[in-house]
Design a protein around this ligand. Sequence first.
Ligand code: S3P
Length: 429
Amino acid sequence: MQIHTSKPAKAVRGEITVPGDKSISHRSIMLGSLARGITTVKGFLRGEDNLATLNAFRAMGIIVHDDGETLKIEGNGLHGLAEPADVLDCGNSGTSMRLMTGLLSGQRFFSVLTGDQYLRKRPMKRVLEPLNLMGATVFGRAGGDKAPLAIVGTSLKGIAYQSPVSSAQVKSAILLAGMYADGETQVTEPHLSRDHSERILRYFGADIETYPGGTRIRGGRELEGREIIVPGDISSAAFFMVAALIVPGSELLIKGVGVNPTRTGIIDILQAMGGDIDLQNCRESSGEPVADILVKSSRLKGIEIGGDLVPRAIDEFPVICVAASLAEGKTVIRDAKELRVKETDRIKAMAFNLQKAGVAVVETENGMDVTGMEKLEGCTAESFGDHRIAMSMLIAGLSARDQITVNDTECIGTSFPNFTTLLQGVTVI
Ligand code: S3P
């Protein structure tokens, strides 16, 4: 088992770029494979999750050249995938599994998706239910809720679906299936989740339209290969933003970060807590907004977080809990029940770890209350196999009285392979 330790820091200083956005990297492979002609992808995230998607498409006959910097995908058109000869392994990646379940439902072949011990526990009914309404034939364990999933590709019909959860994975699975469906497919959700699928589908020429509260796509339109430059992942930048805020005397510039408004909840939350965060050099790249983010250490205060902010910061709650535990007063997190079905139950995992670091945390069904303190206690924390829990607790260690050790840190490689090296490079001990 791999273990990492982080020590109290004097400052976090410098200029960094973080690896490419995980969500956009997945979608680049998927759409590049289904488009006609060549798609080039620069800044692709070489984390295990994205490599699982890449391997799956290679296993379905897609040729991808990789010179170490740029991926060149030879797209085969909407019906150009081949039946895979073996089970497709999504590893730890919920995005790979849920999005591929959507697009594989409309193929003319049979496929099986599996994943690691954590992914095989995560709920899949949320995608199977709408896909079944479209006429899909997908089987899974636990009455169709758990992977492995077996997909018998068939013809699909468009539906209008009101998703009960604000989930980009659910929405995207339906939209990708919608590319193969007869007629029009519509999806609405309670609050807007990340809209990378809508943007990239439009960028590749899909017949898609967004309107307040929802999206519609018409099936059958071929996509055209494109050039994609993947921006830095704001979810990875988030760890460094919090690091620079909580360690006095810090100033950090994070360059080239994706600042899609459906992902910038973390910036809004940290600014509302009193964080000094400035967006500079705002620009656009491959249909996505990008900026440099300057962060200076700040005295944070507790706030209430809920409603539509939650899906806009859904992956950042573990590190938001770290910021909250060092803020003045109480932070109340609500409407965040989705955190219980991420790579692990992130409410339980962060409550457990922060309590070990001496923080007063009260778990609630759909969130938690965190009372901030001056400095955390040193402790040994558990990752629970979840990359974002591991990285969040290593950030917490920068502002503790003593070192924080995190057990079982291999999982960091799923989304941020060079996290510890990058952190060491900007930390003054
Ligand atoms: C993702 C959507 C989110 C997020 C995940 C990536 C995506 O999941 O937590 O890390 O790329 O679509 P949900 O859509 O289930 O909230």
